[in-house]
Design a protein around this ligand. Structure first.
Ligand code: KIV
Length: 281
């Protein structure tokens, strides 16, 4: 299997082949995704909610994100991996943004970085792109600024909001981002954005007019049960299976059914005899 590159992603847009994209936070899941032929993996700061149990993403830091990105890279060496820049790793200055984006590439083996925001992070997108790093913009519902949005709310539902989304999308492309992710935006607005931009436009909860789709792995697998956004489709119900497995294990431990003889490392009979003779047993 050949490693995916930006050229493949651009070719897929040209040919109309949609990109399948999911989040991943660990090596085993990344490896399964690669075996299934998933095109791209986002090491999202959603790891804060899906793995660390926070109610948002702002607690995530560079060391945490780098560790998860490196794990995903080890699990999926051929898949296109995008590191998600955490809160305050790029907002403070363009210089810090470049340094932190560089760490995703240099220390964690990512192929690209993603950062949230439109016009207000154009300076950072430009600086990171000029450093030679592939940038994915991310507009719409941007979880790091959910406080300002009044929660995890869909965007682009009014004329003013739609105008803002379109202006943000254009600013992201203009600043040098090679790809754009649109989250929880009215499909009609996503369509306009995709028509106006030349770069690939991917969506999560942004309707069908995209060049590819992203889903959070924990939603897709049915592991995350705290809440389910409208745009999620569950392809498995792993939470139920995991609970059943834990219950069966607990019951077998209590009853003594586990471990069975097949789960033990037995001594060879002659070794056992020698030991028994030695102990006078
Ligand atoms: O962190 C993440 O997984 C994301 C997606 C919600 C787009 O940024």
């Amino acid at each position: 299997m050949r490693k995916m590159s930006v050229l493949d992603l651009c070719r897929m847009k040209e040919s109309g082949e949609k990109v399948s994209w999911i989040t991943a936070y660990d090596a085993p899941t990344a490896s399964l995704a690669e075996q299934a032929g998933i095109d791209m993996l986002l090491v999202g700061d959603s790891v804060g909610m899906c793995v660390y149990g926070y109610s948002g993403t702002t607690e995530m830091t560079m060391p945490i994100m780098l560790a998860h990105t490196a794990a995903v890279r080890r699990g999926a060496p051929q898949t296109y991996v995008i590191g998600d820049m955490p809160f305050l790793s790029y907002q403070v200055s363009a210089e810090e943004a470049v340094r932190n984006a560089g760490a995703f590439i240099q220390e964690a083996g990512a192929d690209a970085v993603k950062l949230e925001g439109g016009r207000r992070v154009a300076k950072q997108i430009r600086a990171i792109s000029e450093a030679g790093i592939v940038v994915f913009g991310h507009i719409g519902l941007t979880p790091q600024s959910s406080g300002q949005l009044g929660g995890f709310k869909a965007q682009g539902l009014t004329v003013d909001s739609a105008r803002a989304m379109i202006a943000d999308a254009e600013a992201v492309q203009e600043a040098g981002a090679m790809f754009l992710l649109v989250e929880a935006v009215a499909p009609q607005v996503t369509r306009i954005i995709r028509e106006r931009l030349s770069i690939p436009v991917y969506g999560i909860g942004a309707g069908p007019h995209t060049d590819g789709e992203l889903l959070i792995v924990s939603d897709l697998l049915g592991i995350f049960e705290a809440f389910t956004p409208k745009f999620v489709k569950r392809y498995a119900r792993l939470a139920e299976q995991i609970r059943e497995a834990f219950t069966a294990y607990r019951e077998e431990v209590k009853s003594g059914a586990f471990p069975g003889p097949e789960h033990a490392y037995n001594m060879k009979p002659d070794e056992l005899e020698k030991l028994q003779a030695e102990l006078g047993a």
